[in-house]
Design a protein around this ligand. Sequence first.
Ligand code: GRF
Length: 205
Amino acid sequence: MAKQKMAHLSVLASGNGSNLQAIIEASKKGEIPNAQVALVVVNRPEAFARERARREKIPELFLNPQDYPDRETYFARIITELENYQVDLICLAGFLLQLTPNIISRYRGKILNIHPALLPKFGGKGLYGQRVHEAVLAAGEKESGATVHFVDEEYDHGPAIIQKRVPVLAGDTAQSLADRILTEEHKIYPQAIRLVLEKLMGKAL
Ligand code: GRF
């Protein structure tokens, strides 16, 4: 029987990288079968995601947007790296730059993002990190959650793959709500990757 091809994931991150860690752990445990994180790309030198990648002996690359004349050129460089590593699926995990059309069209249907709210609510430009949870609390919502979705040209917009609801509790702060949601993010991101890979692996990657 032909050996199944290992899917190559690339995680793009800007910060702590706890979702990166969850994806790595899930692939090590076989919860994302036949997949490995082949490359981690960060846009900020201090992103702890780099350290996580190094500890796991996964290639990591810091690319500084300021070294490029414009965003398209920056993402063209990222595309070159993704092609070098034969990346099949891109996972944005706390990556704070908006992707440009060149990378979105090159990898259409193969870029996922996770957002800490129930999209389409509380998404869009400016709504990231603690701001999302502050907005949810200010609106008096009874529930929030997390969404894994495909990335398209609009911010926080592409079709949802998995959503998980969590309650907003009396006395919640943005931090306590963020923590409750993050725990669920770590479960649903690997699940969503598995679902998408099952479809992609059916076709020629
Ligand atoms: C997560 O809350 C994710 O939903 C959002 O940014 C945060 C990243 O956290 N897009 P981490 O870097 O994965 O710990």
